[in-house]
Design a protein around this ligand. Structure first.
Ligand SMILES: [Zn+2]
Length: 439
């Protein structure tokens, strides 16, 4: 085992050195692998008989990307078995066809070096072979391989061909409306991926579009009295780079939810890295490169952000894949109808009505509220209004009238002749704002 740091200099030695080993490995028996679970401080080398080989398949990674993968089934002399998952380039480099071919009538004994012991779904141990992984198969000048061969029965068991399911972008994820996604459990449904189609209608208020990401683990880095510190327990990093964490709000007419874009998907959407945009914009200042996506409809593959969703009423989701991008559409229909649309309506039925001109929703009078506020002692109401806008008595009564209906923007509205008639008043206002957005 050689450890390198930033001061290590690697020089090529062109001289032939006597006794320099052609192969180097330090074997760990298959039944001793458990103690190295999820440890990354050293690589694991194993020797085994190959008893199964899969095809190469495209499978999704935990980050939502796709990767080539091949699974090789390994068996030791005691009959212990473990799966070795070769990924990326290694999946293609491993000559599965030849191993299967030779393996029908001969033993195939291999030493795999540079693997890691990992856990699948928290319980199933497997070996992972990525870029550091290499192998020596049936090498007759390796004593360990010959010794292994000697202990095997002379009649070999033919190597099985196993099938690994392709799981590419055409794969169907469970389709859900936002109303259904709202009920996703941040713990029970953790890691579950869903497909949904929704329009971006805004960005969560008072949030930043980027964050200081740890250069080692991507966790948030915070500033302490004595410099920067990673928030992940045990992470020694003190360096960060700016990365995307865009809290888009999307709607599909059934509900509105938050959909987070992290660095990879943010770059895919915007075409620039967060650190590039950060040079021009403060974290609280949403760049036009981001806001210009408001109004666009997408089909996303998402998963729930467990930690974040525990603290909030509605769950937040991470966008893992942008499957489809549709045309921009007027978002006014989403905003004015929020909370009014019945839960049963799904995005697919709504799509049929896309061609129709937008209707202006009219909400009912809130009679109960009006009665309550008029029954309050009059001076209280006046005092509150006076604090905000001290003006003539006629103005006051107008303001308190509007205020009874709970509109937070009452002081910004235009005066109309129908100020006493609430439905009429609402209608004019909606028409007005719709006309504005079309300019
Ligand atoms: Zn870290």
């Amino acid at each position: 085992m050689v450890k390198l740091n930033k001061r290590t200099i690697v020089l090529e030695d062109k001289d032939q050195i006597q006794g320099f080993p052609k192969y180097t490995f330090s074997l760990t028996p298959l039944d001793k692998l458990d103690q190295y679970k999820n440890k990354t401080d050293r690589f694991i080398d194993v020797i085994a008989k190959i008893s199964g080989v899969s095809n190469v398949a495209k499978v999704p990674t935990t980050s939502g990307d796709q990767q080539m993968r091949r699974v090789v089934l390994l068996e030791d002399l005691k009959g212990n078995m473990i799966e070795l998952s070769l990924s990326g380039k290694r999946a293609l480099e491993f000559d599965g066809d030849q191993v299967l071919d030779v393996g029908q009538q001969h033993h195939v004994i291999a030493i795999f070096v540079g693997t890691l012991v990992k856990l699948y779904k928290g319980e199933y141990t497997f070996l992972s072979g990525t870029s550091a992984c290499r192998w020596y198969i049936n090498e007759n000048d390796i004593a360990e391989i010959k010794a292994f061969q000697k202990s095997l029965p002379s009649e070999p068991v033919p190597i099985k061909k196993t099938y690994l399911q392709n799981d590419d972008a055409t794969h169907k994820f469970e389709e859900k409306s936002l109303e259904q996604l709202k009920h996703v459990d941040p713990f029970l449904d953790m890691g579950q991926r869903y497909q949904c189609t929704a329009t971006i209608i805004g960005i969560t208020e008072n949030q930043t579009w980027c964050y200081k990401a740890c250069k080692i683990c991507n966790s948030a880095i915070i500033q302490k009295e004595n410099g920067y510190k990673c928030t992940k327990e045990g992470c020694p990093s003190t360096q960060f780079e700016w990365k995307y964490k865009i809290p888009f709000i999307a709607s599909d007419h059934t509900y509105n939810l938050e959909f987070m874009f992290f660095e990879k998907k943010g770059m895919e959407l915007i075409g620039k890295s967060a650190s590039t945009l950060r040079k021009q914009y403060e974290p609280k200042e949403i760049p036009p490169d981001i806001t210009s996506w408001i109004g666009y409809k997408f089909t996303f593959v998402v998963r729930v952000l467990s930690k974040k969703s525990v603290k909030t009423i509605d769950p937040s989701f991470e966008v893992l894949m942008i499957k489809e991008k549709y045309q921009k559409e007027p978002i006014i229909s989403f905003i004015s109808s929020s909370g009014v649309v019945p839960a049963e309506s799904s995005s697919s039925t709504m799509a049929e009505y896309k061609e129709l001109p937008l209707l202006v929703p009219i909400t009912s009078k809130d009679i109960e509220k009006k009665e309550r506020s008029t029954s309050q002692p009059e001076h209280t109401e006046e005092t509150q209004d006076m604090d905000i806008e001290p003006s003539g008595i006629w103005e006051e009564s107008q303001i308190s009238n509007k205020r009874s209906f709970g509109d937070p923007n009452y002081d910004k509205q235009e005066t109309t002749d129908d100020k006493d008639d609430l439905p009429q008043f609402k209608k004019i206002r909606s028409t007005h704002s719709q006309g504005k957005s079309k300019k």
